[in-house]
Design a protein around this ligand. Structure first.
Ligand code: SF4
Length: 117
């Protein structure tokens, strides 16, 4: 059984209902096309917000650290990162990059992409 999760931009919550990510997973399309039936989407997490709203870097952020601990404890071994990681539509937000590195350091594979970009 595969257990996977999705990471998105906190700021995108204002306009995004995660419909594209969830549909792609349910229909096994785009970045989820190779997953077998017995794959469970068991986590959805966001970053800790932009620096101007939250000066604490992800590596020091208790909430982010707790979320990553939870992923590890739940044996979630792959996290997909939404297109909202591209803060200007082209370049990855540095906070997203930091969180991806933190995930990888804990043995979680990071795949950049959910639905078509
Ligand atoms: S830090 Fe980056 S990914 Fe997080 S809310 Fe801000 S723009 Fe979005």
């Amino acid at each position: 059984m595969n257990k996977i999760g999705i990471l998105t931009c906190l700021h995108s919550n204002a306009v995004c209902a995660r419909v594209g990510c969830l549909s792609a997973f349910q229909n096994r399309t785009d970045f989820f096309q190779d997953y077998p039936e017995d794959t469970y989407l068991t986590a959805f997490m966001t970053c800790n917000g932009c620096k101007n709203a939250n000066p604490t870097e992800p590596a020091e952020d208790k909430g982010i650290l707790e979320k990553i601990d939870k992923l590890v404890n739940e044996k979630i071994n792959i996290i997909h990162v939404g297109v909202c990681r591209l803060s200007d539509g082209k370049h990855e937000c540095p906070r997203m990059t930091q969180i991806c590195e933190m995930l990888e350091e804990r043995g979680i594979k990071v795949i950049r992409g959910t639905h078509k970009e």
